[in-house]
Design a protein around this ligand. Structure first.
Ligand code: SF4
Length: 347
């Protein structure tokens, strides 16, 4: 089976773990009444500011509940692109706020905590990308949406886990592709499309990397009727694709899906149990939307501290003070918009 070629980090002296700092996860002790009160305050302020609240599936449950839209990166960027609101409150991480700013330069974009970074986005800098491109001058650059605006500005196409295969398949088969920065997603796309000229940057998400094949096998042993839904960023995807191909995992019950893809899949599946391989925040959506089905996390410790920096208190403060704001410089935004628009047109 075809797999992406993984190339070395341009600067081998730098470990990815040195490129970001994982913030502590704040323990919220609010009572249900206090949460309802804060949520009401958020809605009141959002109305006063003519603000839309966009929340990613990995946000805290109480933040998801108060948002106008809860979705994956693709749907959040589509929602940002078409909103009539004056203010976008991004309950997600920094690259998502940047994407909203790129798509809506005239709007105010608030990110309630600037510590909401992303280990995957941090794994590639614009300098690293330029150095990598210089080695492959004929290649087309496809960057995952989990990248900085500056990296998107150096890219030909943007993609998300929901549309990566579609974007790559739109590129002529004889053109080599530099796929950055997620090596696991690159490997899924290469295998799905049976394409051997995808060159993967060796980056990864520190949360999804911890979702391992042994955990998958153990969970499916305990729940043999469960369907297995894995996010393509997971550290186990290559191994699980190989296991599904050789029969050691049930191929007809193993799926590689974005978070939005998981929701769609479960809605039409007759299965009653699901093993879920992604960040734990998605379980709130799944359990609310499908109360008759049972969900088991493959790794119960897969928590993204960056996503959890956003709290109701910080959303309230952001709407009160209209800060922190995220704004991408005009020239970077103009160039990054080309890659994002190409993705949105193909999605
Ligand atoms: S889960 Fe991983 S890829 Fe998603 S925001 Fe957190 S660090 Fe980034």
């Amino acid at each position: 089976m075809t797999a992406a070629l993984i190339t070395a980090i341009p600067d081998p002296q730098v470990a990815f773990e040195d490129l970001y700092q994982v913030p502590p996860v704040e323990n919220i002790t609010d009572t249900p009444d206090e949460i309802r009160h804060k949520q009401a305050r958020v809605r009141q302020l959002a109305q006063q500011r003519n603000a839309i609240l966009l929340a990613h599936h990995y946000q805290r449950p109480e933040v998801q509940e108060v948002a106008d839209i809860v979705a994956d990166s693709l749907k959040l960027s589509q929602a940002a692109a078409k909103t009539n609101s004056d203010v976008i409150v991004m309950c997600g991480v920094h690259f998502m706020a940047e994407t909203a700013s790129i798509l809506c330069p005239s709007k105010t974009v608030l990110l309630p905590d600037v510590k909401a970074g992303c280990s995957l986005a941090a794994s590639i800098s614009v300098e690293s990308l330029r150095a990598w491109k210089a080695k492959f001058p004929d290649a087309v650059v496809v960057s995952y949406i989990n990248t900085s605006a500056a990296v998107k500005a150096e890219s030909d196409y943007c993609c998300t886990s929901a549309n990566a295969a579609k974007i790559v398949s739109s590129i002529p088969a004889d053109r080599p592709i530099l796929f950055a920065p997620d090596k696991f997603l690159a490997s899924v796309v290469a295998r799905q499309l049976k394409r051997s000229n995808i060159i993967a940057y060796p980056g990864y998400c520190h949360v999804h990397k911890t979702i391992e094949p042994e955990q998958v096998v153990e969970l499916l042993d305990q729940h043999p009727d469960a369907e297995l839904l894995l996010h393509p960023e997971c550290g186990c995807v290559s191994s699980c694709m190989a296991k599904a191909a050789d029969g050691s995992l049930p191929a007809d019950r193993t799926f590689f899906l974005s978070t939005e893809g998981m929701l769609r899949h479960i809605a039409q599946s007759t299965a009653a149990e699901f093993a879920i391989g992604t960040e734990l925040g998605i379980l709130h959506q799944l359990r609310s939307k499908f109360p008759d089905k049972t969900f088991y996390p493959v790794n119960p410790n897969a928590v993204c501290a960056f996503m959890k920096t956003i709290t109701l208190d910080k959303v309230i403060r952001a709407l009160q003070t209209m800060s922190p704001q995220v704004r991408v410089p005009e020239e970077t935004a103009r160039r990054a918009r080309v890659a994002i628009d190409r993705m949105l047109e193909l999605s």
